[in-house]
Design a protein around this ligand. Sequence first.
Ligand SMILES: *[C@@H]1O[C@H](CO)[C@@H](O)[C@H](O)[C@H]1NC(C)=O
Ligand SMILES: *[C@@H]1O[C@H](CO)[C@@H](O)[C@H](O)[C@H]1NC(C)=O
Ligand SMILES: *[C@@H]1O[C@H](CO)[C@@H](O)[C@H](O)[C@H]1NC(C)=O
Ligand SMILES: *[C@@H]1O[C@H](CO)[C@@H](O)[C@H](O)[C@H]1NC(C)=O
Ligand SMILES: *[C@@H]1O[C@H](CO)[C@@H](O)[C@H](O)[C@H]1NC(C)=O
Ligand SMILES: *[C@@H]1O[C@H](CO)[C@@H](O)[C@H](O)[C@H]1NC(C)=O
Ligand SMILES: *[C@@H]1O[C@H](CO)[C@@H](O)[C@H](O)[C@H]1NC(C)=O
Length: 602
Amino acid sequence: MRLGIWAAFAFLSVPAFASQPGASNPLEAPLRDLQFGQLNFLHTTDTHGWHAGHLLEPSFSADWGDYVDFADRLRERLEAEGKDLLIVDTGDRIEGNGLYDASEPKGRYTFDIFSSQHMDIICSGNHELYKQNSSENEFLITAPAYADSYLASNLDIVDPETGELVPLAPRFKSFTTKNQGIRIIAFGFLYNFDRNYNNTVVHRVENTIKEQWFQDVIRRRDVDLFVVTGHSAIRSEEFKAIYTAIRSVQWDTPIQFFGGHWHVRDYKKFDSKSYGLASGRFMETIGFQSISGLATNVSSASSISFSRRYIDNNLFSLYHHSGHNSSSFHTARGQHISKSIQEARKGLNLDETFGCSDRDLWMDRVRYPSNDSVFSWLDQQVFPGVVNDSRRNDKPRLVLTNTGAIRFDVFKGAFTKDTTYIMCPFTSGFHFLKDVPYNRAKHLLQLLNSGGEIFEQVDQSLAMWKMKTPQQLGSHLDRHGAQQMASPQEHEQVALSSHRDLNPGYTTVDDAGRDGDDTIHSPISFYRQPNCIQSLINSQNIDLEDATVDVVFNEFIQPWILLALKFLGLDYSENDVDKYMPDDNMTTLIARWVSENWGSKC
Ligand SMILES: *[C@@H]1O[C@H](CO)[C@@H](O)[C@H](O)[C@H]1NC(C)=O
Ligand SMILES: *[C@@H]1O[C@H](CO)[C@@H](O)[C@H](O)[C@H]1NC(C)=O
Ligand SMILES: *[C@@H]1O[C@H](CO)[C@@H](O)[C@H](O)[C@H]1NC(C)=O
Ligand SMILES: *[C@@H]1O[C@H](CO)[C@@H](O)[C@H](O)[C@H]1NC(C)=O
Ligand SMILES: *[C@@H]1O[C@H](CO)[C@@H](O)[C@H](O)[C@H]1NC(C)=O
Ligand SMILES: *[C@@H]1O[C@H](CO)[C@@H](O)[C@H](O)[C@H]1NC(C)=O
Ligand SMILES: *[C@@H]1O[C@H](CO)[C@@H](O)[C@H](O)[C@H]1NC(C)=O
């Protein structure tokens, strides 16, 4: 293990001169250096509007302006040595943070902020496609801003002007790197996503790779490296199919994959000349990949090597890896971007405080149920307090939500307008079925949490994992990669081992070992969470066995609820469903509960 810096006092904080005002200063920590190669990449994925960085978490407190400076500084450093740097983003740039979600229209500020970063390859995620408007924004704003780098290998859109179905962007690109003359063919895929609005068409990957254009491109001989970017888990059937298709016609051309979607840090070895990198979520991680020993337009291939790092997105790391410090790192351009983010946050009033939390509430870091679980807080306090529709107030009700509806932890301190979007960025509201016999409805939760494949057997699109948070998916396959999902026993072991000098954080284990994270942390454990949680409300003094209840649920899980009720012998259809509290959504309800129940002094 090569350590760049060993800090004896790991909790010293480092003065930082950009980031957002009020963001925590990063902490000094021992770092592993980046291993530069002939060709180098920086990769972001699933940023979900977190371009201001994490104001409350020192490890992730750098913002998009800092990242722009980092990319420029690293490029200067690498190009001075004749090396190349390419920048990649694999989608889900929107939804998940007030900076995107709180504006009218949504994304009013984020498109300009994001596109101030140069990109060599960029593609769409699933989140860009849920709404007609957001996919049209990709077509009309982001793709033109990245005319030479946006790729849509299996994605079409109905052109809002002509009404014709057209590729959202070119299917692939072929280019030669500036300094090394490495000939690259790049793709930009999306996994087999099927809940997009009907103005886009996502072609299934297994069909796209049979199309003539793809079959022609993968047979080209003027190529030193294939770069397959995609909004897809790197351990997915989709990436496997693409890998197999290329390998079957190019037995030893190197292939580099960049993926995401599961919100985990992960690195997969396909073979000795093919690797895949997944670079986390929410601007926590800047993925770094280097490759050496590639053939170029003038030299032939030598012994090939790949190296990856997951950079914690804070200025301590960014200064170190770029070889700069606080006085030399920042540029007027980067600071201008940070300033625009600050102004947008201010204009959107994202620091408006609804109340003050006296403790941290965790999604995955604690067991459910428990006092520090955000899900226990929701089903025991929030839902009983605020889920009531004046038309149905006297009825007992069963309120169900999937855990995937919650996207982030709540930290001790101010619960702000920004927090509401960070916790729950989904625009969908609650729906309900009236007067459902309780003795059937009471089995819903168990079915949703353990029904397994019976749902998928009836409707292929209803896999149970879709109700979970993406980072929980990292554990739905039996494999080593990504964050550990610890059992309680493992949790104890972690607590016992001595990591006193280290800050807790990512301790990733992947196909290349345990040395992927740039920052050496003590481990944090994660626990499996249920697919769904529920609250039974207003049921006092009622003999439930003979009673009927309103079944209230967030709109997203409606298909599972209807099918589960069929399994329970109750034949409801979409026509029986009505909106519940039609003017509210989970975001407004949580904000209301917080302002009614938590003091406002922090
Ligand atoms: C859709 O996006 C465009 C461009 O950002 C905006 O002008 C329009 O108001 C948006 N419409 C809705 C319904 O959000
Ligand atoms: C190799 O690529 C470099 C960089 O694109 C270019 O400048 C050079 O002319 C190329 N050389 C040959 C022999 O094609
Ligand atoms: C898309 O869905 C809308 C309803 O949301 C419907 O009015 C429209 O006809 C659909 N378009 C196509 C092409 O199916
Ligand atoms: C930054 O580095 C330069 C050159 O090594 C040095 O002169 C300067 O004092 C450093 N500034 C800080 C704040 O450490
Ligand atoms: C949970 O909180 C309640 C109320 O504050 C307390 O009585 C109980 O002991 C706590 N339970 C645990 C397991 O900490
Ligand atoms: C209904 O919910 C509102 C908040 O949405 C709350 O203020 C009110 O007390 C609740 N009423 C009942 C009867 O639960
Ligand atoms: C929830 O509803 C409110 C009020 O209608 C709206 O302002 C807000 O944007 C919605 N939440 C999300 C995440 O879209």
